[in-house]
Design a protein around this ligand. Structure first.
Ligand code: PRT
Ligand code: ZN
Length: 210
């Protein structure tokens, strides 16, 4: 038996459920249940907050998970990734107020930056020889400059319309992300076999869509 953790409700949820169904795995899901069992594959599905998924998989509470690489790498657990899934593509970017001068990343030296990704951003700034003051906030990062909390932000971007709507301009791509399948490090031989079957089916689904 394998336990797979997916996001309960959010941007990853629908595509995660669709992928499992396209793999030929049947299950009944209701918005009230936090757990369901597949009827034709030894799989149990857990519905969780996406931020909790890497830790649960690392600890073996869940055997597998589907999560964004942004969340996985921020949690410091990139080694859990076993398969890129090709959906929920987005990027983690730095942005500044549209009217502000910005020639290069050196412009951020000594500045205040609001983000929900202090680990990924901290590493990126260090690699570029820039020291900034990071303010970790968990949501609505885009309003930080207009309320005087920070001179720049670093957040997830997909279409760019949220930045535009908040008078911000994207200046650097820090990290590119997509949804990935992750697995706990200590699967049994039988579970490894099931994971391989699952990956085989996922790859076939992706090939069929090309
Ligand atoms: O409740 P829970 O904690 O489970 O969910 P969540 O609110 O933390 O995450 P959710 O559902 O918003 O996103 C889940 C994952 O989807 C993220 O971790 C990313 O891997 C991926 N993803 C893809 C995105 C986006 N696209 C995205 N556009 N995550 C967030 N956004 C947000 C972004 O934060 C910003 O506020 O959308 C806004 C920007 O979008 P654009 O299109 O205006 O640029
Ligand atoms: Zn989350």
């Amino acid at each position: 038996m394998l336990r797979l953790a997916i996001q309960k409700s959010g941007r990853l949820s629908e595509d995660s459920l669709t992928l499992i169904r396209e793999c030929g795995i049947n299950f009944i899901s209701s918005s009230y249940k936090l757990k369901t069992e597949a009827t034709n594959f030894p799989l149990e599905i857990l519905f969780l907050r996406d931020d909790d998924i890497p830790g649960y998989v690392q600890d073996g509470v869940a055997d597998l998970g589907i999560v964004g690489q942004n969340v996985l790498v921020e949690a410091g657990l990139p080694q859990l990734e076993v398969e890129a899934l090709g959906f929920s593509k987005c990027r983690l970017s730095l942005a500044v107020p549209r009217a502000d001068a910005y020639a290069s990343i050196a412009a951020l030296q000594g500045k205040n930056i609001a983000t929900s990704y202090p680990n990924i951003l901290g590493r990126y700034l260090a690699e570029n020889g820039v020291q900034s003051n990071l303010h970790t906030i968990s949501g609505s990062v885009e309003i930080a400059p207009s309320i005087g909390l920070a001179e720049a932000i670093c957040d997830i971007v997909s279409s760019g319309s949220t930045l535009l709507g908040n008078g911000l301009r994207e200046v650097e791509t820090v990290f590119r992300s997509e949804a990935v399948l992750i697995a706990q490090p200590n699967l049994t031989a039988e579970q490894t076999e099931l994971l391989e079957q699952l990956q085989f089916r996922m790859q076939a689904v992706r090939r069929a869509k090309r």
